[in-house]
Design a protein around this ligand. Structure first.
Ligand SMILES: Cc1cn([C@H]2C[C@H](O)[C@@H](COP(=O)(O)OP(=O)(O)OP(=O)(O)O)O2)c(=O)[nH]c1=O
Length: 193
């Protein structure tokens, strides 16, 4: 895929987002937004994901108004409640137990800010977990992998075998819905074709 012109910035510290975007053939520079990522009490998960994606993009855009800035925020939604990253291993265990044997939704808000226009989207994917044994949850949490991930799991890692079914975008679950992002970049006119 050709380079974007103007310059393309990924406003993210997430190695997953970097890998997904690079794997899709984009050239970009990473800028870490460094903003607090708290969901406000009573805030709907979709609204929170979109707000946080917008704040991350804006935090980078203010110092680079010449660039196209892409940011995203992913939350896991169970019974209408957003699960972010676990604060500690106990919370990771509790999150995984609550997801066991059930279907949840993974929601990613994406914000793309170009010099003269903005595109925002929310992608949703349904994920069904098989029933999990307490021991395997303990073993998984002990690997440390859940700690920097929404819902305390990585579908691309040790939690792959937890997933019985998925409906919707896989890359959305990993943190960046690529097909939707490319469509938005096209409609901003910053991606040829
Ligand atoms: C559900 C799930 C989430 N995740 C990750 C994607 C995101 O990196 C993370 C959710 O946290 P986010 O706050 O969306 O992203 P981040 O803090 O890692 O990075 P940044 O805000 O700087 O862009 O969870 C996986 O890697 N695999 C999964 O299966």
């Amino acid at each position: 895929m050709p380079d974007l012109s103007p310059p393309f910035l990924l406003a993210s510290a997430s190695p997953r987002r970097r890998e997904l975007l690079a794997g899709a053939g984009f050239s970009f520079v990473v800028a870490v937004p460094g903003i607090p990522e708290d969901i406000e009490p009573g805030e709907a998960p979709d609204a929170a994901a979109l707000r946080l994606a917008g704040e991350k993009a804006e935090a980078v855009r203010v110092s680079r108004p010449d660039a196209v800035v892409l940011a995203a925020d992913t939350v896991v939604v169970l019974d209408g409640r957003a699960l972010g990253k676990p604060r500690d291993p106990d919370e990771a265990r509790a999150m995984l137990l609550s997801l066991s044997g059930r279907t949840h939704e993974v929601v990613t808000g994406v914000s793309i800010r170009a010099p003269t226009a903005v595109e925002e989207l929310v992608a949703r994917t349904q994920v069904r977990f098989r029933p999990l044994e307490r021991e395997e949850i303990d073993r998984y949490v002990a690997t440390g992998e859940p700690m920097d991930k929404a819902g305390a799991y990585g579908i691309q890692g040790g939690a792959a075998s937890f997933v019985e079914a998925i409906s919707g975008s896989y890359t959305n679950v990993v943190g960046l819905p690529l097909a939707e992002a490319v469509i938005s970049l096209r409609s901003l006119g910053v991606l040829p074709g």
